[in-house]
Design a binder for this molecule. Structure first.
Ligand code: O7M
Length: 213
């Protein structure tokens, strides 16, 4: 994934037709497509390969298991053309390291989650999760656009690692606030794929990211 627009599409639609329609409309304004369980369960894992022919694909399986199982999951994603994967860090450094090894470093570790419940269990340990991402050799972290001050705090811990940030639009966060706080990319789903004009919505967000820099 190379930064051009600073926008990652969260393609949480549940049919191949919707996936194709949205990706065709937005592909000029996003840098990667994040695929999560809704699309995989609806259309099958070959969707990773299909989307990877259009854009870099980040497999957001929020991998959270023992090291061997993590490795097997990452290998399945990467062998289908994924460019990166997302894992949880609460499973410990050996589990995260297994993902990092299997994905050759192309791993983003979830820290504080963006939804209200994210404050309950993930917020208190987010600093430690960010430090773990750095020491394990991950590419970056996932941090909440709904709480830009937390992006800024986590940035201080990870230094030059990348921050990808969900919570813009439907969850109430603002793209420019997240970027100004230190995010490299925003992750956006519903505000793009549910928009009457997904291409226009993605372009507006890419413009806002540029202004936020
Ligand atoms: O823009 P939305 O709210 O429709 O979608 C946000 C996407 O980001 C959706 O795919 C979520 O699974 C994901 N996400 C969060 O919303 N909050 C988090 O804290 C973490 C993620 C995420 O991408 O984790 C990797």
């Amino acid at each position: 994934m190379q930064k051009k627009n600073g926008v990652i599409l969260a393609l949480d639609v549940t049919s191949r037709a919707d996936a194709m329609r949205v990706v065709e409309a937005v592909k000029g304004y996003v840098d990667a497509i994040k695929i999560n369980w809704p699309l995989i369960l609806a259309t099958g894992p070959d969707m990773i390969r299909e989307m990877s022919l259009v854009k870099d694909v980040i497999c957001d399986f929020k991998i959270a298991d023992i090291p061997n199982t993590n490795k097997l999951i990452v290998e399945q994603a990467m062998s289908r053309g994924a460019s990166a994967v997302i894992c949880h860090g609460f499973t410990g450094d050996d589990s995260v390291k297994a993902c990092v090894d299997a994905a050759k470093g192309q791993v983003f570790v979830v820290t504080e989650m963006s939804h209200p419940g994210g404050k309950q269990f993930t917020a208190p340990v987010a600093d430690k999760l960010a430090a773990l991402a750095k020491s394990a050799g991950a590419r970056g972290i996932v941090a909440p656009a709904t709480r830009p001050e937390r992006i800024a705090a986590l940035r201080k811990i990870i230094g030059g690692l990348e921050i990808i940030s969900p919570g813009v639009g439907a969850q109430g966060g603002k793209a420019s606030d997240a970027i100004r706080a230190g995010a490299d990319y925003i992750i956006v789903g519903r505000a793009i794929y549910d928009a009457p004009d997904p291409g226009g919505a993605a372009k507006a967000l890419a413009d806002e990211v540029k202004e936020g820099v």
